[in-house]
Design a protein around this ligand. Structure first.
Ligand code: NDP
Length: 243
C-alpha cells in the first residue's frame, strides 16, 4: 500500500545538475519532499541524502517510457502523492543544420519534447488524484525565437510551448500549467554539444553569463507558491544584458 506523506511532493526531471538540482534544493527549503529523477544515479543519490525529509533518488531516463513508469510506481509507493511536476530534463545540441547531426536531432526531440510529454502523461493521475497540482515545464527563450544554429532545439521548445498551452486549457482550474522560459543560465548545458566549433563558441558565451540555476529555481518556487486562485502561466527570464 502507498505511504502518504504529510509534506507536499515535487517530482523533478533532470534533477542531477543545473536548474533541476537548484529547483530541488529550493523546493526542499520550502518544505517539499522531492523525488529526484535523472540518469546519473550517484548525483541524485547524494542530493537526496543531503536534502533529507524523505526525498528520494529515482534513476530515470525520460526517453524510455518504461523507466518513467517505474519511477512513477516508486513515487506512488514511497511518497503516495504528487503535488508538483517539474519537466526540466533537456539537452541543447546546437550546430549548423546538417545530416551529420541527425542523432542529435532525435535525442533532443526524445528528451526535451517527448520526455516532457511522457513524464506528464505518466504522472498525471497522481497529480490530479488529490484535487490538483502544478506542472512546470522548463522551456526556453528558444521557444519564442530561433537562430541559425539552434533550429531543432528551438523546434523542441516551440513544441513544448504549444503542447503546454493546450494542456493549460484542458486542466484548468485544478492543475496549473506553467511555462518557464529562461535565456542563458550558467549550467553545463553547452558541454554536450557535439559540433566542436559550436561547443567552443557557446561555452565561451556561457562563461560570461551571470544568471544562475538558483535564479530560475526562485522563479519556479514563486509560481508554485501562489495562492490556488492565481495561476502564473508563463515566465520569461533573460540575463539583463541579453538582447
Ligand atoms: P544541465 O545539463 O545542467 O541539466 C540537464 C538535466 O537534464 C540533467 O540533470 C540531466 O541529467 C537531465 N537529462 C538529460 N537527458 C535526460 C534523460 N534522457 N533522462 C533524464 N534526464 C535527462 O542543464 P540545465 O540545467 O541548463 O538544463 C535544464 C533545462 O533548462 C533544459 O530543459 C534546458 O533546455 C533548459 N534551459 C536551459 C538554459 C540554459 O541556458 N542553461 C536556457 C533555457 C532553457 P542526467 O544526465 O543525469 O540524466
Amino acid at each position: 500500500m502507498a505511504i502518504t506523506t504529510a509534506a507536499r511532493v515535487a517530482v523533478i526531471t533532470g534533477a542531477s545538475s543545473g536548474i533541476g538540482e537548484a529547483t530541488a534544493r529550493a523546493l526542499a527549503a520550502e518544505g517539499y519532499t522531492v523525488a529526484l529523477l535523472a540518469r546519473r544515479r550517484d548525483r541524485i543519490s547524494e542530493l537526496a541524502t543531503e536534502l533529507g525529509g524523505g526525498s528520494i533518488a529515482v534513476e530515470t531516463d525520460v526517453t524510455d517510457r518504461d523507466s518513467v513508469l517505474a519511477a512513477a510506481a516508486r513515487v506512488r509507493d514511497e511518497l503516495g502523492r504528487v503535488d508538483v511536476l517539474v519537466n526540466n530534463a533537456g539537452v541543447m545540441l546546437l550546430g549548423p543544420f546538417s545530416a551529420e547531426r541527425h542523432e542529435d536531432y532525435r535525442r533532443m526531440i526524445e528528451t526535451n519534447l517527448l520526455g516532457a510529454i511522457t513524464a506528464t502523461e505518466v504522472f498525471l493521475d497522481q497529480l490530479t488524484s488529490d484535487g490538483g497540482g502544478d506542472i512546470i515545464t522548463v522551456s526556453s527563450v528558444a521557444g519564442r525565437s530561433a537562430r541559425p544554429v539552434n533550429g531543432v532545439y528551438a523546434a523542441t521548445k516551440w513544441g513544448v510551448n504549444g503542447w503546454s498551452e493546450s494542456l493549460r486549457q484542458q486542466l484548468l482550474p485544478d492543475v496549473r500549467v506553467t511555462l518557464v522560459e529562461p535565456g542563458a543560465v550558467k549550467t553545463d548545458l553547452p558541454s554536450h554539444i557535439t559540433d566542436e566549433q559550436t561547443r567552443k563558441t557557446t561555452e565561451e558565451m556561457y562563461a560570461g553569463v551571470e544568471v544562475t540555476p538558483e535564479d530560475i529555481a526562485e522563479v519556479i518556487v514563486f509560481a508554485v507558491t501562489r495562492p490556488r486562485h492565481v495561476a502564473v502561466h508563463e515566465i520569461l527570464v533573460r540575463p539583463a544584458g541579453q538582447a
